[in-house]
Design a protein around this ligand. Structure first.
Ligand code: GLN
Length: 299
């Protein structure tokens, strides 16, 4: 009988959707309807509009098994983004695999802030901006797409992540302006003594002992190296603050995403290593202090 109890093929796309939503709901999966819709789009290879137009069409013959498999993966708790291989970020579709963190909406605010401040600092120039721990490449690719004169360098300790980031850069036509380097945080740039204008990062920031408390969807599926930032969660920021002065010059802009309750401490770390004109903390849409921005107006 299987988990779903789907005996026969749903008659229409609509019926497939309705059955799938209630199946996922009965398995205690959150946002059942929206997950069912995304999986159906993936199965049929259409976007939201395409799905809407096919609503009354017969469910395609021969797709029953694939449909059943998609639903069972979701029912087991796998993030829908790893099933479909896709997450939208900053209005762009990004490929995601289990080698990378699924980009989060709050990170879009970091890109927005860095783009806004960067345009002010270098109105006509071509700044060199590093995205440290690029993962899927979300930050670098979105920034490059927004700012056609910017050059980006993406680093990651994971070769598998860099491969995903490269494909995302190519997909969005910015591969020629993003360099990819394998290595730990800023180390590849220190080794090559690259003069960076800006450094952006959304590093892993979960404390090791908080990992068991994360939702199973995150804990069991997303890469632990992208989540855990050492014992305290602050380790990556500590090391970044240590590494920044080893660059040939202190970048004029540093923008970090941080975990809840970490912003003040991270701002203080940055305050100790350079004289900034502005050291700002930006809240996310939930009101959590989420981003730390350090700005020096002159080179
Ligand atoms: N920079 C990537 C993102 O913001 C990956 C972050 C991470 O894996 N910690 O989505």
């Amino acid at each position: 009988n299987g988990l779903s109890g789907f005996g026969q093929r749903p008659a229409t796309i609509r019926e497939a959707f309705v059955k799938a939503s209630s199946f996922l709901q009965s398995c205690d999966i959150g946002e059942a309807a929206s997950n069912a819709e995304l999986l159906l789009q993936h199965l049929l290879g259409v976007d939201r509009t395409g799905l809407f137009f096919r609503w009354s069409e017969p469910f395609p013959a021969g797709k029953e098994e694939a449909w059943d498999e998609l639903l069972h993966r979701k029912a087991a708790g796998e993030p829908v983004q790893y099933i479909t291989g896709e997450q939208e970020f900053y209005g762009l579709p990004f490929e995601v695999t289990p080698a990378v963190l699924i980009p989060r909406p709050e990170t879009e605010l970091l890109v927005e802030a860095v783009v806004r401040v960067g345009r002010g600092l270098w109105p006509a120039g071509a700044p060199l901006v590093a995205d440290v721990g690029t993962g899927s490449g979300a930050i670098a690719v979105a920034a490059a797409a927004q700012c056609p004169s910017w050059q980006l360098l993406s680093s990651d300790i994971s070769a598998a992540a860099l491969a995903v980031a490269r494909r995302n850069a190519a997909r969005h036509g910015v591969a020629a302006r993003i360099g990819f380097v394998e290595g730990d945080l800023l180390l590849p740039f220190i080794e090559r003594q690259v003069a960076l204008h800006a450094v952006v990062s959304n590093p892993p920031y979960i404390a090791a002992d908080e990992l068991p408390a994360l939702q199973p969807e995150v804990r069991l599926y997303e890469p632990v190296t992208a989540l855990v930032g050492g014992e305290s969660g602050l380790e990556p920021y500590r090391r970044l603050a240590e590494q920044l002065p080893q660059l040939p010059a202190m970048p004029q802009l540093v923008g970090f995403e941080v975990g809840a309750g970490q912003a003040r401490e991270v701002a203080a770390m940055l305050g100790r290593i350079a004289d900034w004109d502005e050291l700002t903390i930006i809240p996310d849409l939930a009101g959590i202090e989420r981003h730390v921005l350090a700005i020096r107006k002159t080179a």
